[in-house]
Write a protein that binds this ligand. Structure first.
Ligand SMILES: [Zn+2]
Ligand SMILES: [Zn+2]
Length: 255
């Protein structure tokens, strides 16, 4: 089943400029940039309803693998194939895994902060702002664990570098956007970044996407997490896979 319009399942249309639209769920009017072919618009708030359940999931988790935590969130009913909920999920999964791997943070407080910040990034920020919300979420995570502010020095640098690294990985692959792929790329970038700068090693798994059949815009073999990519016979797949490894791992994989 393809996950598109939350009301009728029809494909979505992305508009070049924002238009005042009425949410088909709550009736709220706001400026949006996407609606389905049948004219349904779902506001950001309604798209993220149920998001509160991720804090409970994160607090209960003992996993040091942010991808595993992210995938448990993806399995919950609030999470759609694509949507701004991913902008909160990436940072939250990282906060939980970071704490579980030995990071010293006040997790409930950090998760509340992540929720507040991540919710402010609307759907479509990737294509319209030039900054995918999943990538921004990894920067918010580093900002929170390093207590960054606009006036801080080192934390300011770190959170910018984190966002830049995630966005570089996302940009290199190209569109159309996929909230699953872009979330995975951000998580993998953050695992390496945290090991380098915070001396905390979160678990870094091999990722194989299970959502391709729900994604109308799946880029198939171009995706580093596609099942097809995992066939050892594909040199393109090997090259792609190496691209998401750290330089040291890529060096090892090349031999
Ligand atoms: Zn619809
Ligand atoms: Zn609404």
């Amino acid at each position: 089943m393809k996950d598109e319009c939350l009301i009728c399942g029809a494909p979505l249309i992305y508009l070049e400029t924002g238009e005042k639209m009425t949410c088909a769920i709550c009736g709220e009017k706001e400026t949006g940039r996407s609606r389905c072919e049948n004219g349904h618009y779902v506001c950001n708030e309604c798209h993220m309803a149920g998001l509160d359940s991720i804090a409970a999931l994160c607090l209960a988790s003992s996993s040091t693998d942010p991808v595993e935590i992210m995938q448990s969130m993806m399995a919950l009913p609030f999470c759609h194939m694509h949507g701004p909920e991913h902008h909160v999920m990436v940072g939250s999964a990282l906060l939980a895994a970071f704490r579980n791997a030995g990071g010293k943070i006040d997790l409930p407080k950090a998760l509340a902060e992540m929720m507040k910040r991540g919710r402010q990034v609307p759907g479509g920020a990737c294509g319209y702002w030039g900054a995918c919300g999943a990538g921004l979420s990894s920067g918010m995570f580093v900002s929170i664990i390093s207590s960054s502010s606009p006036l801080s020095v080192e934390p300011f640098s770190l959170c910018h570098q984190m966002t830049a690294r995630s966005l570089a990985a996302i940009g290199e692959i190209g569109g159309p956007c996929c909230c699953k792929r872009d979330s995975y790329l951000s998580l993998l970038s953050a695992i390496d970044f945290v090991a380098e700068h915070f001396d905390i090693q979160m678990q870094k798994p091999e990722i194989v996407c299970r959502h391709a059949s729900q994604n109308n815009q799946c880029i198939g073999k171009r995706c580093p997490f596609s099942r097809a990519e995992k066939q050892p016979s594909s040199p393109e797949g090997r090259r792609r896979r190496i691209a998401v490894l750290t330089p040291a791992e890529a060096e090892k994989a090349a031999h």
